[in-house]
Write a new protein. Structure first.
Length: 73
């Protein structure tokens, strides 16, 4: 995998934390200078190392919100 740059625009919050201190978070991130996207992934306690995650455009995040609102949790 090639080099990439990212800038954390905003941290919305932590969804969960593992016993080793990794946190699964919802953030807004700009990847390689592009427009920010909503991002869900795990971050190491040093906030430098990350796991694979998922990025969503605003439209995808809105659709996910609609779908989650339909589910009886």
């Amino acid at each position: 995998m090639g080099d990439f740059k990212y800038e954390v625009i905003k941290v919305f919050g932590v969804l969960s934390e593992s016993p080793k201190g990794w946190t699964k978070e919802l953030r807004s991130i700009s990847w390689n200078g592009r427009d920010p996207k909503y991002d869900i992934r795990e971050w190491a306690p040093d906030d430098e190392t990350m796991a694979k995650g998922i990025t969503l455009t605003k439209e995808e995040a809105q659709k996910l919100k609609e779908l989650l609102n339909q589910i009886d949790l």
